[in-house]
Design a protein around this ligand. Sequence first.
Ligand SMILES: *[C@@H]1O[C@H](CO)[C@@H](O)[C@H](O)[C@H]1NC(C)=O
Ligand SMILES: *[C@@H]1O[C@H](CO)[C@@H](O)[C@H](O)[C@H]1NC(C)=O
Length: 581
Amino acid sequence: MSLIFMRVSGVLILLVFSNFVNALWPLPQNWTKGTSLLRVYPSIIIKYDPSLLNSYIDQLIESAKHRLQVFLLDEKHLSPNVKFQIPEDEKFDSILTLSCIQIEITDNNKRDQDDLEETNIDWTYNKEMKEGISLGTDESYELIIPDKKEDDTELVAYLKAPTVYGILHGLTTFSQLLYYNRSEENSGLFLPFAPHHINDFPKFMHRGLLLDTSRNFYPVKEILKTLDVMSWNKMNVFHWHIVDATSWPVVSEKYPELSEKGAYDSKKMIYTKRDIRIVDEYARTRGIRIIPEFDMPGHTHAIAASMPEIMTCIDMYPDWDQYSSDPPSGQLNPAIPETYTFLNELVPEIASYFTDKFYHTGGDEVNLNCWESLAQQNDHTKESLLEKFVTSLYSIIANEGKTPITWHEMVTEHNLELPKDTVVQVWRNSAMVKKVVEKGYKVVTGSGDYWYLDCGYGGWYGNNIKGRSWCDPYKTWQKIYSYNPIEGLSDEEAKFVIGGEVLLWSEQSDSTNYEQQLWPRSSAAAEILWSGPEDINGNRRVPDKDALKRLNDWRFRMVERGVRAEPLQPLWCVRTGRCDM
Ligand SMILES: *[C@@H]1O[C@H](CO)[C@@H](O)[C@H](O)[C@H]1NC(C)=O
Ligand SMILES: *[C@@H]1O[C@H](CO)[C@@H](O)[C@H](O)[C@H]1NC(C)=O
């Protein structure tokens, strides 16, 4: 446990509390706490002045309040390893009740003029959305929970933040401070270790999770559930790898045949515009941005089902590996005008389904062999065909007012000059981060050597008893936690790393097993991204006893909340801490 932030120190206290853990996850930047016990009832009042807020922000707070109330009513988290004593009989009556949380938004409390003219909110464009979360939104907050009060007043906690997104995080933190106790007479919710003073903010502004919904399909309700769990882990980007070579589940109004022929089931295994808007809205209500990825020009075999005329090297068999990183092969044809007509029609449409300013263009594993003969016929080089494709795609995206994100090969392998605001996402290995930074691009990291959640499950090509994942071995929570996104970078270079993502590619995942694969390992990355790879004293975070105890408590709380997060240890170890070396 961390002694640095203990407000109360001294030998006796340390002995008494050495079994207790700081059970917040991710750990706040600065947290001081004490030794008092408070009582909390589900009727606790969450107070703020809605007349200071525009209706969108008011809506966000109301919905966060509601979610907290559900926890207060339903969550009975009996921690396996966080212990506190409840005083007996008469002394019990002296426990103070926390009766109110007073919320204050300090910067963003101006009521929008136009807000006064009540508009019909429609799915297509909600004016107030412009104030929604975006890259770099201030997510900091301060939470003060006292353990003393003036006579005759109520005990009030204060939650202050510059924006509503800090408030959401503060309420999330508050929910993690509550523990249930089912002792005979006095069962209920308690808030131990008061007073608490928490000053918190994220180290990285992009804290993401990638889910691939093409290799295998996920129903919308699973995505919504994932968004909830992400928000409890203070993650703020859902990178929706929505299409790939194997299936095209997105319903386009301009090209309905894409999903009619390219989805696994054109009625059931699809995402309509309405589905996407629901996911987008649900995410933003929780302070999460949705970044869609329409991977191009590689990984597009699914388009061939309806539009083979704009594709090349479709489903080469059995030597697909000459043309593609994995089966089935197929790449868009960059040499014919029909392909650009397609992009010009499709991309603005599908980009408009999502609110966020960023649009992920994909761009990984382009196989230039596939374009060999095209290049010869058209008197081009393969690289110039790629450049033509990328330039055209990026200008469409810019015309939509969006900023492109790309996988790193575009700059590390193909050496393309991209617009300088392009964000480059590193996947192959962590050494790429420095290479991309040196070229002057912003980086999102999370690579096969640390943050891939699908490694170590064996091969999936069939009939290969030695089959392995390319990124073996399985990434344990310890491995994930040990990653430093800015390893080996100077302070100046580190500024280019805007954050990272954990990634679940779904060759061997779907709704039956993905939750166990995501949680609690994604929480390990979430803490590195929020709390940072170093603590307040500049010490590198390591997957030590303290982290393990907190993660165990957090994992059990997530399970209590209905998440099938996998166990990290035998329960005996969790309870006793005796396996934590
Ligand atoms: C942490 O918070 C405490 C209490 O608010 C404060 O006294 C202390 O200076 C803070 N430490 C740092 C490093 O900000
Ligand atoms: C509940 O309270 C009792 C009495 O103080 C205590 O012995 C027990 O350990 C508590 N349970 C938990 C889970 O903290």
